[in-house]
Design a protein around this ligand. Structure first.
Ligand code: ADP
Ligand code: MG
Length: 450
């Protein structure tokens, strides 16, 4: 029986994607075949539904091809094929999910050119937070080295910079496998450079870059304070640029906001345009989760997706993390994601919104941070720094406590709630480019929650 199933699995494996295969078939077994009534053992009820809905025909054919008579196929939850994970151990969720759902994280091979094939444009969901950047990326793929060169991509951590930058490289290679592309985080560039100097191979180092058609530098912000490598980078940059070779750079901030970056270099880096990736909105988050679910063939209710999207407000990396955890718990406990949420088994932790906070406390902390008496901050002063502090308070009350604008108005001592709306918008706008403000708000939040 074991062999029949093994052969059948081998056949099934040929027909479906590796990700789906390992997700849905990895822990299955053939329990009985009497009178053509096939019984297949699975881990839990979640699998029964999926296998029945999606793979019944494939399973039937595979069994028949291996000499079995198939009149009916049934699935049974088989405790021996249950993973030996108790709910307490769900902290290891990500590791386990990695093993079971390779398409989400693990089907990755990094080749010599530094590119990881898991990062494709296909799996990169376009939303209001990144559409301009993706538009530019597409035009680079169509005509590298022409329009957006260099392509400077920036934004906070976990928002998709590496994914998009690598996707451009991978797509370029798909179109022309002969292209010479190199992806390297700036930190590796630096250490390779230092190493080459130490070995007296500085020229070789430089030559390696001269040959490239496309250079992708990730996390450029880490260049801080490394003057020698900055100079070398500048030289390589100029040479490639003059040859119309495509240069792609990612960073968590604009070059002008990276302290030790030479002004000349800073302005050259954004010559081809600077594109930012912003925090995803609710709809963007839902679209990303839906796409991830489809990729691995996981069943997750729309309400569960909305719950995760609503509650993870940090970045896409965390969004993926929560999603994986819930899917794993669902697998381990034999409940659907929504059932888990409804019965209180999951509380998404990456949400500051869940923590109870008094508006008054928030206002006090903001005032204290800016060294202002609450009365002054919540007064009528139009002095710039006081006004900004007031607007930051409005912003935090809105984002962290989800308060309505009229309520915020009365909390920060302004008459009209449209002033609050304006204030929040102002901070939202400023946050895009003002990294000092970004840091300040992060620090205030730490003080509030810490
Ligand atoms: P960054 O480099 O900005 O820190 P990453 O590119 O590493 O962020 O992205 C973090 C995770 O989120 C990755 O697993 C990536 O695949 C995923 N991700 C980010 N943006 C998107 C998107 N628009 N669609 C799908 N997955 C995304
Ligand atoms: Mg990155």
């Amino acid at each position: 029986m074991y062999d029949v199933w093994k052969n059948a699995l081998a056949e099934i494996e040929q027909k479906i994607s590796p990700a789906n295969f390992s997700t849905w078939f990895q822990n299955t077994s053939l329990l009985s075949t009497e009178n053509g009534e096939i019984k297949i053992g699975v881990k839990n009820t979640f699998y029964v539904k999926q296998l029945r809905a999606r793979y019944l025909d494939i399973i039937k054919t595979a069994l028949e091809n291996n000499g079995l008579e198939v009149n009916s196929i049934d699935f049974e939850v088989n405790s021996s094929s249950k993973p030996k994970v108790r709910s307490r151990e769900v902290t290891k969720a990500d590791d386990l999910i990695k093993k079971r759902t390779p398409s989400l994280k693990n089907n990755s091979t990094t080749s010599e050119n530094g590119l990881n094939q898991k990062y494709t444009l296909e799996t990169f969901v376009v939303g209001s937070n990144n559409d301009l950047a993706v538009g530019a990326a597409r035009s680079i793929i169509d005509a590298p080295g022409s329009r957006y060169n260099p392509f400077f991509l920036y934004g906070g951590p976990g928002l998709g910079k590496t994914h998009l930058a690598q996707a451009i490289g991978n797509e370029l290679l798909k179109r022309d496998p002969d292209l010479k592309i190199l992806y390297t985080p700036i930190s590796h560039f630096y250490s390779d450079f230092v190493e080459s100097i130490r070995n007296g191979k500085g020229k070789e180092f430089n030559r390696k870059f001269q040959k490239l058609d496309c250079l992708i530098i990730d996390d450029f912000q880490f260049i801080v304070g490394k003057e020698k490598s900055q100079e070398e980078f500048f030289n390589i940059f100029n040479d490639l640029y003059q040859l119309n070779k495509q240069i792609i750079i990612t960073s968590d901030r604009l070059p002008s906001q990276i302290k030790s970056v030479d002004e000349r270099l800073a302005s050259r880096l954004t010559m081809g345009g600077a594109f930012d990736i912003q925090l995803p909105k609710f709809e963007d988050k839902c679209a990303i989760l839906r796409a991830k679910a489809d990729q691995i063939g996981a069943e997750i209710e729309p309400e569960a997706i909305e719950y995760i999207a609503e509650n993870v407000n940090t970045n896409i990396r965390d969004l993926e993390g929560e999603f994986s955890t819930i899917l794993l718990m669902s697998e381990v406990r034999g409940l659907t994601p929504l059932e888990l949420i409804r019965n209180g088994s999951v509380s998404v932790s990456r949400s500051s919104k869940l923590r109870p906070l008094a508006p008054k406390q928030v206002v006090e902390k903001v005032a204290k941070y800016y060294n202002l008496p609450v009365k002054e901050m919540c007064g009528k002063s139009r002095v710039a720094n006081i006004k900004t502090a007031r607007q930051v308070a409005m912003f935090i009350l809105s984002k962290e406590l989800s308060m309505s604008t009229p309520k915020i108005a009365s909390e920060v001592g302004v008459k009209d709630h449209t002033t609050v709306m304006h204030g929040i918008k102002k901070i939202e706008q400023d946050l895009k480019l003002n990294f000092t403000l970004r840091d300040q708000i992060a620090e205030i939040k730490e003080k509030i929650y810490g």
